[in-house]
Design a protein around this ligand. Structure first.
Ligand code: ACO
Length: 342
């Protein structure tokens, strides 16, 4: 169990662009079939941004909904952490753009880039800011426009990704256990397996990098797959152990929505029936940092998640990196003015 005051999620929101790209649409773009995509990945369609939209637009939409759900105004937010691998620009931080747009005039803001694991890292960091007593209300938002860096000529990757955002408001609790355990990890030896090679300080964008299509995602799908099927289960078990929770007591498992076969393998490792696993990869594809909060928000708004439920979030991604968190859903937030110190 974690020390300090319990910290929970008191508001949730998500946002996806309206435009839908189906597998049938992809059949017209690359040499693929609906059947291949469904059987190898579980994906049927994904939402994609229109021209002119960016990650901040999605993050702003999700954040406004999370604020509404929490029943608080933006001026109450002390800190915004935006996890994204597809920021609007190299700088400024996308979180600063969100801060201004939602009117969070009292908030500090920074971005976190940990591939698809970013949202779990951001939850972990946000929780620590509250436990330390430094802040009371933290907005964590995972936002991604992977289709902006997708190579539409590469059939092995372009069928996988979608765009979206999910946001959570964290606050201290006076009743309930909130976040009970986290597990974070990295294996930089696998950094070359999933990259966006150009546009950073190692290989600045140039005519040559564009001609070589190095401004798009490159992935060794088979190697990432082998890593993912092991790490999703392992990371979840470690987070559960740290939380002091038995796997059989998990109400819902909410994994990164990359591929249904990876999700199935992780559920088997945890000995969980699929009715306790939240899946929406079929309709959204892999939305990277947005995938866990998007799945959580959908399940929450559908009334599937109840007070006291034990939830496990787990994600993996570029880095290679991974993260898992165990949360007791619900609880009662501290009233404004009540002391955060225990
Ligand atoms: N349509 C039809 N055929 C295809 C397609 C496609 N879209 N893509 C690949 N193929 C072909 C390949 O060319 C290959 O043909 P060959 O046997 O003639 O050479 C065959 O299908 C099998 O290819 P594999 O790559 O072995 O297929 P696999 O079953 O491994 O599925 C996939 C590929 C879906 C990419 C899988 O490896 C995977 O999901 N990997 C993990 C990816 C992931 O989750 N990444 C997450 C991180 S993303 C992030 O952090 C931004």
């Amino acid at each position: 169990m974690l020390n300090g005051i319990p910290v929970g999620i008191v508001g949730l929101g998500s946002y996806v662009p309206d435009k839908i790209l189906t597998n049938a649409d992809l059949e017209k773009i690359v040499d693929t079939t609906d059947e291949w995509i469904k059987t190898r990945t579980g994906i049927s369609e994904r939402h994609i941004v229109e021209e002119g939209m960016s990650s901040s637009d999605l993050a702003i939409g999700a954040s406004k909904r999370a604020l509404e759900d929490a029943g608080i105004t933006a001026d109450k937010i002390d800190l915004i952490i935006c996890s994204t691998a597809t920021p609007d620009m190299m700088f400024p931080a996308t979180s600063c753009i969100v801060q201004d747009a939602i009117g969070a005039h009292n908030a500090g803001a920074f971005d976190m880039e940990v591939g698809c694991s970013g949202f779990i890292y951001a939850l972990t960091v946000g929780t620590q800011f509250i436990k330390s007593g430094m802040y009371r209300t933290v907005l964590v938002v995972g936002a991604e426009c992977l289709t902006r860096v997708t190579d539409w000529a590469d059939r092995s990757t372009c069928v996988l990704f979608g765009d979206g955002a999910g946001a959570a408001i964290l606050q201290p609790l006076k009743k309930g256990r909130g976040f009970m355990g986290f597990e974070l990890g990295s294996r930089g030896s696998g950094a070359n397996l999933l990259t966006l090679p150009a546009g950073g300080s190692k290989k600045p964008a140039s005519h040559e990098t564009v001609n070589n299509r190095e401004h798009y995602i490159r992935m060794d799908g088979n190697e990432v797959y082998k890593f993912a099927v092991v790490i999703m289960g392992e990371a979840s078990l470690k987070a559960l152990e740290k939380a002091g929770v038995n796997p059989e007591d998990v109400s819902y498992f909410i994994p990164h929505q990359a591929n249904i076969r990876i999700i199935n393998a992780a559920a088997r490792r945890l000995k969980l029936d699929m009715d306790r696993v939240i899946v929406n990869v079929d309709r959204f594809g892999n939305t990277s940092c947005a995938s866990v909060p998007l799945a959580l928000d959908e399940a929450y708004r559908a009334g599937r998640i109840k007070e006291g439920d034990i939830l496990v979030f787990v994600a993996f991604g570029a880095g290679l990196s991974w993260g898992a968190a165990v949360l007791e859903w619900g609880g009662e937030p501290l009233e404004e003015g009540e002391s955060i110190c225990q």
